[in-house]
Design a protein around this ligand. Structure first.
Ligand code: HPA
Ligand code: MG
Length: 253
């Protein structure tokens, strides 16, 4: 059978989800009953995420698999994608003739409003990344909005002189202005809507949902400024989801 060849320059596009994509009805899928009434639709079912991740793992192995890989997982939103991607890279490595040592390191990003009301990004767990020197580094992120956070993170990582840095983002949002940083490996390009599930949260909820979903728009809206990425997130049933609401001056990204 003919080999499927994905041209290198088409790799970073990801699967396109158009702005008019209505998603799938929730009742076509299984999801936690504690979220019933809070979700509008499934925009990416779990199985599709897994299939796309398998393909990304293969592209990553083709590009990086000649040298040790250090995976930098961006918590918390990237944890599920990172875990599944690493599983698939391990499976490919097990079944190939050359095995690739892989380390996984976790970092967390937090943004602070400084005294000029502009944003400072703090990278937790990245104080000493000297072990990255000469390594192939794969940064794994759940969602990329404007790309500014990723741009800052890349500058920080570059200072430790890795051999190569690549970025894998499961979701990339179509924002108005062009992205400051486009990942090398993109799972899906999605509309600029607030999505949850597969470790992406709204105020720490919905990480335990397997599919990527849009929250219900039943009540009212809140301008949600997530890391410069202004989009609309429903307050909805927010009464259910406001305990420990984030201090806007200190946001987990
Ligand atoms: N969902 C969850 N976290 C996010 C999003 C989103 O749509 N955009 C940026 N961070
Ligand atoms: Mg979040």
């Amino acid at each position: 059978m003919a080999e499927v060849v994905v041209q290198a320059d088409r790799r970073s596009e990801g699967i396109l989800i158009n702005d008019d994509w209505p998603g799938y009805r929730l009742d076509l899928f299984n999801y936690p009953a504690h979220y019933s009434g809070d979700l509008d639709c499934v925009i990416i079912p779990h199985g599709v995420i897994m299939d796309r991740t398998e393909r990304l793992a293969r592209n990553i192995m083709d590009d990086l698999g000649d040298h040790d890989i250090v995976v930098l997982c961006v918590l918390k939103g990237g944890y599920q994608f990172c875990a599944d991607l690493v599983e698939r890279i391990k499976a490919l490595s097990r079944n190939s003739n050359h095995t690739i040592p892989m380390r996984v390191h976790f970092i967390r990003l937090r943004s602070y409003l400084n005294d000029q009301s502009t944003e400072d990004l703090h990278i937790l767990g990245a104080e000493d990344l000297s072990f990255l020197a000469g390594k192939n580094v794969l940064i794994v992120e759940g969602i990329v909005g404007t790309g500014k956070t990723m741009e800052t993170l890349l500058k920080h990582v570059e200072a430790f002189r890795p051999k190569m840095i690549k970025v894998a983002g499961l979701l990339v949002k179509r924002v108005q202005h062009s992205l400051a940083c486009v990942p090398d490996y993109v799972g899906f390009e999605i509309p600029n809507r607030f999505v949850v599930g597969y470790a992406l949260d709204y105020n720490e909820y919905f990480r335990d949902l397997n599919h990527i979903c849009v929250i219900s728009e039943s009540v009212c809206f809140l301008a949600f400024n997530d890391n410069h990425c202004r989009c609309w997130a429903p307050v909805v049933t927010l009464l259910n989801y406001t305990d420990g609401l984030r201090d806007p001056a200190t946001m987990e990204v």
